[in-house]
Design a protein around this ligand. Sequence first.
Ligand code: 1HN
Length: 345
Amino acid sequence: MQELGRLEDLPQDYRDALTKLNLVPLWPSLRAVLPPGKPRPNTRATHWPYETIKPLLLKAGELTPIEKAERRVLVLANPGHGLEKMQASAAMYLGMQLLLPGEWAPSHRHTPNAVRMVVEGEGAWTTVDGEKCPMSRGDLILTPTGLWHEHGHDGDQPVVWLDVLDLPLVYYMEASYHIDGPRQEVKPGRGDRAYARGGVVPTPVFERSSKAYPMLRYPWVEARAALEALAADQPELEAVQVSYVNPETGGDAQNILGFYALMLRPGQTLQLPVRSPAMVFHLIEGGVDVKVEDQAFTLAEADTCCAPGYSAVTLKNRQSDRPSFVFVADESPLHRKLGVYENRG
Ligand code: 1HN
């Protein structure tokens, strides 16, 4: 590969003349923006153990009242991007959010899409677009772009959930903003009931459903049962995985990030294909060793880690007698829409 001229090779007066006119020579930076063979991601494989986050999150509950936080979140920031950027990968934001009994996180809506993966505690709920969604361990709740959402808590123990947003991308696009609103009125109807069984969907005879996001809550009991049934039906299937989809279209549940639940059979080692999107793994149940290229993490329940795109990822169930269950988020929908999706096998 041809070595290209450096900035220092150019006379200072020439460089100054360019700078003054808002001009930049491409060739000194060409290899950096277009590296050979594969991208050089800033995203670093990073592990955030829950047992280290939880005490600090509970401390935030003492230090900062909900009124002073609106959303009481510790952001899982990737050091490869710089912590102040608050990004887990190029397009993904992760945060652990704490809501204490009796607290209310007021209603707002914004352009980034969000999901919640409930980590622990009972009694909290999120109202999205007038639909009150109860929160239990492992439930996935969507708050897609533009929909009002607020959180409340009628239980007696702290509730923690993992937020996954496409905020870094939407912010980069200079399209990120929010609007505050009044407490929502809860309307009748629940997507998780209307779309309670796979393969059949409600048929509106007198009117068409016009909801872009007909299902907002994906109960963990259903996703887990689907994985168990799939594993039993296909004993040879290597990757026992289900996707969270829009049940009306069969497409991805949201437009930018993809969400999946993965079951590792007892003792199973699963080598994932090398693909372009970055991935996030959150352990719902069990114990899993994660290898990303030459880095290794041991995930305990409620731990979260991320892997950059174009990296070799291997997951191993540490339990030999029981399956482990992993929630996965990735940037596949975005990569596919942009035409940059790659699977190198
Ligand atoms: C947000 O609206 C929530 O509604 C959580 O719970 C985290 C991070 C960045 C921007 C908006 C929430 C967020 C957020």
